[in-house]
Design a protein around this ligand. Sequence first.
Ligand SMILES: [Zn+2]
Length: 367
Amino acid sequence: MSTGFVCHEKYMWHDTGSAGMFLPAVGHIQPFEHVESPESKRRIRNLMEVTTLIDNLVLIKPRKATHEEILRYHTADYITRLEAMSTERGGDAGMSTPFAAGGFDIALLSAGGVLAAAEAIVDGKVDNAYALVRPPGHHAEADIGKGFCLLANAVLAIKHVQITRGVGRVAVVDYDVHHGNGTEQAFYENSEVLTISIHQDNCFPPDSGAIQDVGRDRGEGYNINVPLPPGSGREAYRAVFERVVRPAVRAFTPDLIVVPSGFDAGGFDPLGRMMLSSQSYRDITAEMKNLAVELCGGRLLFTHEGGYAPVHVPFCANAVIEELCGLKPIAEDPFVDFLEGMGGHQLYPHQENIINEAAQLAANIEK
Ligand SMILES: [Zn+2]
């Protein structure tokens, strides 16, 4: 079993400027570092080096995605706007997606990094892979950037391997605390891509990710949203993976599984209100890996999305990558007992209601 890894120092040079969390530092907000900063990402890679986890990985060199590749999803008008802003002083790609001069080139390298990881998996050079890219991608829509995402990295990678390598069905399981709206939009009328998003109810984007949004036309039944109540912890997520993700993905029988990987469902995240520890992320990864081995020769691609607690995120990400490699825990997480000892990890009735509703959607997927 070999695990690929994509990262590049240029990802850390994507500059979101100063802000108050994610709002412009105007009025009474004293300027501070934007919440989507390089720090958590850089610390993931640093911890991998300190623990030597990185020595177990096959390093995959990222490349810039081409215009042809990004135009498979994004509109020409949107790309022209991004290029113009990037050539000048930067700007905002749409909704809460600031970038500095040259940011478009870094977004191309981010998307291209995920494409390269997908290629390596499908070409059999690695079994699975983690693409530690930045800027993230799962909120980017065809004609607008949202939620710090400029280009839809996972969408572009899926289309790429479907078009160039004859990959058929792809299952997406997005556990970022925010709704994977871009991925949903891209495949909403498509029965070849199953999109599952497990997120905090109505967190971001506003009014997005309802359980009633199940796909349209040929895609009807192939989009499952699991909008969990704030405060959900270990057992709520475990129930989602056992009752929704596992049966849905098994019924769908994908050729490849893609996981937009956000650590903002972690218990210390400033933007999410969930309870997960690194142990839950490790358990989720084991579940996804088992499904990939059972259904599609182990072909499993994780692509990095959110996670804004710089000290905690590296332990969650390292747990995921250790599990992908099949290694025993190396990076000892000093926060895990603290988080797991907190209240709120049981499965509560108000959580179970929504999970059971989503389980019905999973049961309707045709085998
Ligand atoms: Zn997020």
